[in-house]
Ligand binder design. Structure first.
Ligand code: HEM
Length: 203
């Protein structure tokens, strides 16, 4: 399947760009119209965290979706989706630092060191930085094979992000479990392909 090029570049891509901004727009409007509930800061942080994780998983789903549909154009959406994961992660962290911790750096550092769910969240965020920084066409060209190697970091990033969510909720793990199952399926598909490729090479 192939979407005609002008529709892809002039309609689908910009539409996806705008749709991806909607969660941030919804939260911004929520601040002005006061519909974020009794604890708006927590609502904002949690929503931004959810969207970071969703964009990470959507980004990871692109290549299996491409294989499933044969639609090579999908790969050209991957960079934008990955950068949206980074965008929401930055907002998530900025709101945590500013509105939740009021820039109390000592408190922030002890939170990162003492609360395991924050520690793994931070680790996940730090690992995302080199991926976002090397998402330009120039970086892809310059790094060559190393770019692919570096971007394998997306797997530990996603695992740490789910661990972050899991350790936060403590008792009711239903929601992080859904994300964990999706990630497990995405990882399993890759492992299976890797294993089959190796086996075929041997024969
Ligand atoms: C890639 C990195 C990250 C991802 C994917 C992520 C994802 C999430 C998710 C899914 C939630 C739970 C949302 C819900 O309850 O529905 C969450 C909550 C939270 N995250 Fe993150 N996070 C990341 C990084 C960070 C970092 C770096 C910090 C702070 C240093 C942080 C601090 C928090 C806090 C404070 C909460 C809410 C806790 C509460 O409501 O009491 N996260 N995050």
């Amino acid at each position: 399947m192939r979407i005609p090029e002008p529709y892809f570049t002039k309609v689908l891509k910009p539409l996806l760009f705008i749709i991806s901004l909607l969660p941030a727009a919804y939260l911004t409007a929520g601040i002005f119209y006061d519909w974020l509930g009794a604890n708006p800061v927590e609502t904002i942080i949690r929503n931004l965290g959810d969207w970071t994780l969703r964009f990470l998983l959507i980004t990871l789903a692109i290549s299996p979706l491409r294989r499933l549909t044969g639609m090579a154009q999908l790969l050209r959406l991957r960079r934008m989706l990955g950068l949206y994961a980074f965008f929401y992660a930055v907002l998530h962290l900025v709101i945590y630092i500013s509105l939740e911790q009021s820039f109390d750096w000592q408190e922030i550092i002890s939170d990162i060191l003492e609360r395991p769910f924050i520690t793994v969240g931070m680790l996940s965020f730090i690992l995302l930085i080199p991926l976002a920084a090397t998402s330009t066409t120039t970086a892809i060209r310059k790094l060559g094979k190393n770019w692919l190697r570096l971007h394998q970091l997306i797997y530990p990033i996603a695992i740490l992000a789910i661990l972050h969510f899991w350790w936060l909720v403590k008792a009711d793990t239903r929601e992080p479990l859904i994300y964990a199952v999706i990630l497990a399926l995405l990882l399993f598909e890759r492992l299976l392909r890797f294993w089959l490729k190796k086996k075929l090479k041997r024969h």
